[in-house]
Design a protein around this ligand. Sequence first.
Ligand code: GAR
Length: 200
Amino acid sequence: MSRLAILVSGRGTNMEAICRKIESGELPADLTFIASDNPEAAGLQKAQKAGVRIEVLPYHKVNRKAAEEHLARLIKETETEWIVLAGFMKILSSEFVRQHQGKIVNIHPSILPSFQGAKGIEDAWNYGVKITGVTVHLVDEEVDHGIILAQRPVIVEESDSIEDLEEKIHSVEHEIYWKTLKELIEGNLVKIEGRRAFIG
Ligand code: GAR
């Protein structure tokens, strides 16, 4: 069974959605650990309650290098194959990304390359777009830039508040992420040509 770890910084609803699919057997994977840069992350507390191994990466106490070394040791020790970023808000170094090339996956709450960065939903909302959405992509050395694996649109209705939009985006995220991970784990990413990924 493929082994995956999840990294979170905040609420962890994407993490929970993935965990549910692992538990139900729909996502055929073993969860090795859940780690966070933020010791206060609600996601970490939820994982602990669920009995999953949790780890705090020492970004706050030391620095990125030490935190990434800690993460790399965990990955090796637990024989983790896939590193799943689920609202993980630290930027991984080029060196770390190169060492785990093609094995780090991220979800972003916009249709990339629009609205990269930490506030994808708010930025799209403020820009006044009528369609935004969700992207799942491989992580490369640039922020919110790697090969796109899946995207889903979300319509912004005039009556939507920003909270409504957030809710719509999150519910799409919770469906698209585990399905894309399943494709990857099952080896259905058949080729990448330039920036185009072919899945299925
Ligand atoms: C999600 O909307 C995710 O797409 C976003 O953080 C949120 C985390 O929510 N990630 C980024 O913006 C990455 N650039 P969650 O903690 O409830 O899963």
